[in-house]
Design a protein around this ligand. Sequence first.
Ligand code: HEC
Ligand code: HEC
Length: 149
Amino acid sequence: MKKIIIFAAILLFAAGCGRENANPISDRDISYRAASLTSTPPVEPKAAYSSKPPGAAPILPRAYNGAPPQIPHSIAGMPEITPGNNVCFNCHNRKSAKLFGATPIPESHYTDNRTGEKLPVLYKGRFNCVMCHVVQSDAKPLVGNSFSR
Ligand code: HEC
Ligand code: HEC
C-alpha cells in the first residue's frame, strides 16, 4: 500500500512538472542587457585613455565632495608601484609637487587613518595610489546613472 502511495505521488509530481506555464517569462526579460540570453552582443569599441603626459592634461571634475580625484594624465609606461619605488609619490609628494606642477598629496595622506596622528612621512595605507586614484577612459557608461553631487 505504502509503495502505491509513493508511486502515485511521483506520478502527480511528474505531471505537474510537465505542465506549460500560461505566461512564460521571455529570456529577454531575464537578461540584464535586454537581449536574448542566447544572442552574442557586439563587442564594444576599445575605450581610449588619456594619452596626455603629466602637465598637459586639464584636471577632471570631482565626482562628489571627498571623492579621490581621477588621474587626468596618462600613466602608460610609468613603472609599477613597488615598496622601493613609487613614481606617483616622486612627483606628487609635498616637497617636489611644485617643481613638477603637480597637485601636492594632501594632509589626509600624511595622517594615520586609525589614530588620526599626523605623520612626517606618507601613511602606508596611502602608498598604493592606484588603489583609489584611477585614470579615466571615454567609455560610454553601460548603465545609466542619475547620481548628482
Ligand atoms: C612626472 C610627474 C608626475 C607623475 C609621475 C605622476 N603625476 Fe599625477 N599629476 C602630475 C601633474 C603635473 C598633474 C596636474 C594635472 C596635469 O596637468 O596632468 C597631475 C595630476 C594628478 C591628479 C589629479 C589631481 C587633482 O587635483 O585633480 C591625480 C589624482 C594624480 N595626478 C595621480 C597620480 C598617480 C596615482 C600617479 C602614479 C600612477 C601619478 N599621478 C604620476 C604629475 C605627475
Ligand atoms: C585609500 C585611498 C587613497 C590612496 C591609497 C591614495 N589616495 Fe589620494 N586621495 C584620496 C581621497 C579620498 C582624496 C580626496 C580627499 C582628500 O583630499 O583627502 C585624495 C586626494 C588626493 C589628491 C588631491 C589633493 C588636493 O589638494 O586636491 C592628490 C594629488 C592625491 N590624492 C594623490 C595621491 C597619491 C600620489 C597617492 C599615492 C602616493 C594617493 N593619493 C593615495 C584617496 C586615496
